[in-house]
Design a protein around this ligand. Structure first.
Ligand SMILES: Nc1ncnc2c1ncn2[C@@H]1O[C@H](COP(=O)(O)OP(=O)(O)OP(=O)(O)O)[C@@H](O)[C@H]1O
Ligand SMILES: [Mg+2]
Length: 202
């Protein structure tokens, strides 16, 4: 498989924005959230297994996963969370690898995986890149993007790896406390570096 970079960051830190900037540089982006969404759409590959494990009350009238109901369940029930992840993660991983294999023209790939370290995906990639900003900024941006309340964002943050631990484990860090211009400059610098690293790894 070709050279790949795993992009992580807390909720609202700027992962999707950074991924879009890498895409503008011509890099293939593989998005684990989008894959997870597809797997749990009507007719998606995870639906039958979720129905068997949790019952059809977690499947909505359209045949998709009832996200809100499932979110409520896994928030209060760690065993259920583990069961759901046991179904989804192998499917997500297989799909990411399949997309990576198909993306033969990109010099390297960017895999956007919010739970890069928590779920062990960092083992699939050659390097890890973390996008980070101050927690207050993160909460404000996440609220603006998702429409969730501050406490809901903080509950999600509490379930994610600690910020300090994420930063400690990152090979590279992009600081997203400034404006979009500063973000773009950092992405361009990282992109040049990854081009060199991926060329050297052949
Ligand atoms: N440097 C910036 N300046 C201003 N707004 C920004 C900046 N970076 C990101 N944003 C905005 O903040 C919000 C969150 O950014 P983004 O969606 O990229 O984060 P994310 O990490 O993908 O979030 P999620 O975890 O919810 O998927 C978006 O509305 C985005 O446009
Ligand atoms: Mg995002």
């Amino acid at each position: 498989m070709s050279y790949s970079i795993g992009l992580a960051g807390g909720i609202g830190s700027g992962k999707s924005t950074v991924a879009a900037l890498f895409k503008e540089c011509g890099v293939t982006v593989i998005d684990s959230d989008a894959i997870s969404h597809q797997l749990t759409q009507p007719g998606g590959d995870a639906i039958a297994a979720i129905c068997a494990a949790f019952g059809d009350k977690y499947i909505d009238a359209s045949g998709a996963l009832d996200r809100q109901k499932m979110r409520q369940l896994v928030f209060s029930d760690p065993a259920a969370k583990q069961r759901l992840e046991g179904i989804l993660h192998p499917l997500i991983r297989a799909q990411m690898l399949a997309q990576a294999k198909a993306a033969s023209t990109s010099p390297y790939m960017l895999m956007v995986v919010p739970l890069l370290f928590e779920a062990g995906y960092h083992e699939l990639v050659q390097r890890t890149l973390v996008v980070d900003c101050a927690e207050a900024t993160q909460v404000a941006r996440a609220m603006q993007r998702s429409g969730l309340a501050e406490q809901e964002i903080r509950d999600i943050m509490a379930q994610q790896i600690l910020r300090a631990e994420r930063l400690r484990r990152a090979d590279d860090i992009i600081q997203n406390d400034g404006d979009l211009q500063s973000l773009r400059q950092q992405v361009e610098r990282s992109h040049q570096r990854y081009l060199a690293l991926s060329a050297g790894s052949d």
